[in-house]
Every structure is written in C-alpha cells, then in structure tokens.
Design a protein around this ligand. Structure first.
Ligand code: FEO
Ligand code: CA
Ligand code: CA
Ligand code: CA
Length: 587
C-alpha cells in the first residue's frame, strides 16, 4: 500500500514573510492554545503586566516544540494534546527586560521572580481537547489537565539511576530530580505515553568545575559553561560550583503517562544523554520497540534504541519498564550507501575501564564521548527522525551546519558550509528496525534550486514557493506522506518564513515539495501532528517575534504582536489546529 505520486492536492501558498500566519486556501488555522492561556477552571486570565510564577504554573507554557495527540476512546475529535515547552524569550515575555539587557553577562534585569516565571513556563502540558461543531476547544475542567515545569519532581530510571555521578545534596540517592528543561521534540509510544526530550540543557548551568574535576571533560563535550539563562544566579542547583553533578541529571528522554496526572515523569537513562531532538519510534515486526534519536549539534550523531522486551498491546502497564532495558546504537554511514549501527554497550570495543567507562552508567552519562570512540558519522545537526510504518523507511532531518569545511565533507553530509540542511532516507535491512545493517541515500539537499551554487536537489516540479531550507520537525500522516516543519528560514536567509512543506517520497515526483503553511515573522514551526483520521493537524508556532541577530525587539517594541495584535500584549507562542473547510482529510 505505497503512496502514489502526486498525492498532495492542496493549493500551494506563496512563500514570504509578514506579521501573521498563512494556510493553504480552503483550510482554517484556529489558534487553540496560546502562552498564558488558563488550562484549569480556577486559573486567572493571562495578564502580561501582572504575571507570576504561580499563575504561569497553571497556564499553558512558552515555546512549544513537540505536539502529540492521544485519542480518547479512539476518537479523532476528542483526546489529550501534549506539548513540550522548550525555552523562554525573557526579552519578549517581560516588560522592562529589554533585548540587550537580558543578554548581559550578569543578567542584571532578571530578578528571582522573573526566573521563577521562566521555570514555570518550561516543561510541558497535558490538555484535554474536544472538537464541537467543527471547532476545537480546551476542556478546562478535565481531570487530565496538567502542567509539568522545570521544578516538577521526576524519577531517574535505567542504568544511570543511583550512580554516584547522579547524586546531589538534594538527592543523595541519585534517583530523583526536579524538572525537565529545554524539551524540544519527542514521540508518542504505542502504549500511550509521551516521550519528551531534553535538548540544550547546557545553557541553564552557571559556574564551572575545576579543570581537573572528574566531570570537566564530560561537561566540555556538552558545551556547558556559557549560560543563556539567569537561573544559576538564584538557584544553587543550577550553579556547578555549588552542585557539580546537577548537569548529569539533564539531557535525557522523559517518559510521561498523560492519562495519570499524578504520574512521576521518568528520565529513561538507557536512551542516552545528548541534546535530544526527538524520540519517535516504531514497533518492529518482532514486537520490540525501536526509537530513533537525533543529537542536535553540529558534528553529532544519529542514534537508535532497541528495547529488550516486546510491546504488549493487551497489557498497557506491562510496557512501562520497556525503555529501561535495551541497546543504544549510533549510526555509521558508509560511502557506498550501506551503514552500520554500532552498539553503545559497556565492555564492548573501546567502551571499557581503560577509557573511563566503568559501567553502562558511564556510557549513557557520556553518550557523546562513547560514540566518538566508536567512530560514528559526524552529522549536520540531526533533528527529528521519523520511521514510515508503510514502507519502513526512516527520514532524518539534518538542519544545517555552516561549520563543515571542504575537507570534512562525506557522502552522508555532502556539502561544506551546509546552510540549508538535507534529509537522509534510511532503509533498515529487510525492513527490520533492530538490524545492525541499513542502506541509505540523500533524499533531498535543501535550499533554493534556482541558485546553482546552493546545490539543492528538490525535483524540477518544485515551484519557487515549494523549496525550503533547514528541515527540523517532521511527521508522517496516516497515508504515509511526509510533512516537514522548518527552523531558520527568514527574509535574509531564504526570503521566506518558516513553515510546513509536504514532500513526496515515492514515485516519479519523489523530491517534490509543496508549501502548505507559514508562520509569522521571527517564528519557527514545530509540531506537526495529525489526528489519526488526518482531519486535524496541530502545529506549534514557536518564538513569534524573536528577533534575528541584527534586529532589536523586546516586550515594548516587538516586531509582531501575533496572534492577538493588541497594544501592550507581546507576541504569544501558540498551538494552532488546521482543518479543512467543510470537513475532510488534509489533502
Ligand atoms: Fe530545539 Fe533541535 O531544535
Ligand atoms: Ca525548536
Ligand atoms: Ca525542533
Ligand atoms: Ca531546531
């Protein structure tokens, strides 16, 4: 049941940048949840001039990246929406902070009160939603609604749990941590849990460990030492000089049961510690669950995790330990179009005591160094990875890498100064996602095909609106079609805002892309997520109004006030739901 060529029949939108969003003709894009929207009956309405941490913890958070939808009773019109709240833009959220002042080394305008609002705006949300008369609405009095923040108690499970390197003053057992941070993309498991991935956790830590401290090499490999947030000024655990192990407790994949608001989120350390973009998986033909994981950094790696056990579709509870036992692998792409998954297993190959790996805990805590030693292929910032259940082909978004030099080019990362990124397609041997062998090819090199020096390879059927740069999040609809959301297109880079493009992967039109949706100025597009019937598509507009490098913008002087367009109200990151006018599948 492969998809046929020319499967997208929506009318393409014009590429461009302006103050608002645009969706293909014949579709509606409804703002469903904005930053600050109350998600409980007793939450006060959003008031940007009188925000508090307490209110923020009861409101929808900031900058959603991953969006998931879990049907209730199999319905595509009623279910739980889960959303990651990745990071905060203090200059746009708070009056008086200002674009420049927020970035000064001492974060002089950031008070403890503002930091605590930021902590409450991070994490994620579970929100019951329902479609009534064609329109989606939030069920505020749902028993499921929940906010998770960077302060929510979580449990550490798997090989690193209880290890000395995970112990802190607040948690001498090394098994409990407060919060998740910088949760980018994620995945939904077949047993109905939400995997939420900690990405750029390094930016939250102040202070340093000494050059000869046992964690110095580890922290350097993850880029710790240049704080992007003021948290360490007010909270000792975010200051490595005071709590040297706290940074080992971030950078994990977190599993959450959205149907149990009292569930303690689990940091599943067997899946490794990296700047995780996402954790989308597929049930293998033998019942094992396989999760593909990108580590979003220039010259970092593509991973997969294969569970030891099998998914039990009859017994939901039996699946809750699946992610604690299994094998983590890292990808090596050979020039001849073959590839190998290299196991990150303590005691195998170079992952031994002699190299500082005394146990599997050391391997997962220093996943990147373990993968370095195995000789994995250094990629151009691996973002989302999705497996197509209809074809068993796997799509890897490689967003860009302008630091790759001519002598660092390889077949899987074929362009130096790769400003626009590319997409790699992987074919597991025999359709077996647990196999160590795969074949691969570059599906498309992104960028403007009309500029020869860019070297883009979209098909010739792709229009001037249809090409994109910087693929980031992606999803596959129930018909097996690939949709790609971007991060990094703007007036200067590509003459177009970020947005959503539909990309043909099969047949004669393979490599043809069409533009479906675009975001307001300053934003990137995240999500995307279809309901099972393909009639509703959730997208997250992240950081609307975020200034480009050379533009100053702040709470008082934003470059857009999307989506409210009200004086005094800053731009608000929001989740939108796209539906077809008159009903029907998104085509
Ligand atoms: Fe949060 Fe890799 O983007
Ligand atoms: Ca993002
Ligand atoms: Ca992303
Ligand atoms: Ca990104």
């Amino acid at each position: 049941n492969k998809v046929t060529a020319g499967s997208f029949d929506f009318k393409e939108i014009e590429a461009g940048v302006d103050q608002t969003h645009h969706v293909a003709e014949g579709y509606d894009a409804q703002v469903l949840l904005r930053w600050g929207d109350p998600i409980f009956p007793d939450t006060p309405e959003f008031d940007p001039m009188n925000q508090t941490a307490e209110r923020q913890a009861r409101q929808f958070g900031y900058n959603s990246d991953f969006i998931g939808f879990i049907p209730i009773d199999g319905s595509s019109d009623h279910g739980l929406l889960v959303a990651n709240h990745e990071y905060t833009n203090d200059e746009l959220m708070f009056p008086g902070v200002g674009a420049q002042d927020a970035k000064d080394a001492g974060f002089s305008k950031m008070t403890k009160e503002l930091v605590d609002i930021e902590i409450a705006a991070h994490g994620g949300a579970v929100v019951e939603i329902r479609r009534v008369g064609g329109k989606w609405q939030v069920v505020k009095d749902s028993k499921y609604n929940r906010r998770i923040t960077a302060d929510t108690p979580m449990e550490i499970t798997g090989p690193a749990a209880g290890h000395d390197r995970m112990k802190t003053a607040a948690d001498p057992a090394g098994r409990q941590v407060r919060g998740m941070i910088n949760n980018c993309a994620g995945g939904m498991t077949p047993w109905g849990t939400w995997l939420s991935c900690e990405e750029n956790f390094n930016g939250y830590f102040w202070g340093k460990v000494a050059e000869d401290h046992p964690e110095a090499r580890n922290y350097k490999r993850y880029g710790i030492g240049r704080p992007a947030y003021a948290w360490g000024k007010f909270h000792e655990r975010f200051d490595l000089a005071k709590e040297p192990n706290e940074a080992n407790r971030f950078g994990w994949v977190v599993e959450i049961d959205p149907f149990d608001p009292t569930f303690t989120p689990k940091k599943r350390t067997a899946l490794g510690r990296t700047k995780h973009e996402g954790a989308a998986g597929i049930t293998n033909s033998d019942g094992r669950y396989v999760i593909y994981l990108g580590d979003d950094e220039r010259f970092d790696y593509v991973y997969k995790f294969v569970t030891a056990g099998r998914v039990d579709p009859q017994n939901r509870a039996a699946n809750f330990g699946l992610l604690d036992e299994g094998t983590l692998f890292v990808a090596k792409y050979n020039p001849d179009g073959t590839g190998t998954w290299l196991p990150l297993v303590h005691g195998e190959g170079p992952l031994t005591d002699a190299n500082g790996f005394k146990s599997q805990a050391d391997v997962v805590i220093e996943t990147r160094r373990a993968a370095d030693l195995l000789g994995a292929t250094k990629m151009d910032r691996p973002e989302d990875i999705e497996a197509n259940p209809q074809t068993n082909r796997v799509y890897v978004m490689l967003t860009n890498n302008t630091r790759r030099k001519d002598d660092q080019v390889d077949s899987a990362n074929p362009r130096a100064n790769n400003a626009f990124g590319h997409i790699v397609e992987m074919m597991p041997e025999g359709g077996d996602h647990a196999s160590a062998a795969f074949k691969w090819e570059v599906l498309v090199k992104c960028g403007d095909p009309s500029v020869a020096s860019v070297g883009a390879t979209f098909s010739s059927e792709t229009t001037r609106n249809g090409w994109f740069g910087m693929p980031d999040n992606c999803t596959i609809d129930s018909q097996g079609r690939l949709w790609i959301a971007t991060d990094g297109n703007n007036a200067k880079a590509t003459g177009r805002a970020d947005g959503l493009w539909a990309l043909e992967t099969e047949g004669e039109l393979r490599g043809t892309s069409k533009h479906f949706f675009r975001v307001p100025v300053g934003a990137e597009l995240c999500g995307p997520c279809f309901t099972p019937n393909d009639e509703s598509l959730f997208v997250a507009v992240q950081h609307p109004g975020e200034p480009e490098d050379d533009v100053a913008a702040d709470f008082e002087n934003p470059i857009t006030r999307w989506p409210d367009f009200k004086d005094g109200v800053p731009p608000r990151p929001s989740v939108l739901v796209i539906t077809r006018q008159g009903g029907g599948k998104i085509a």
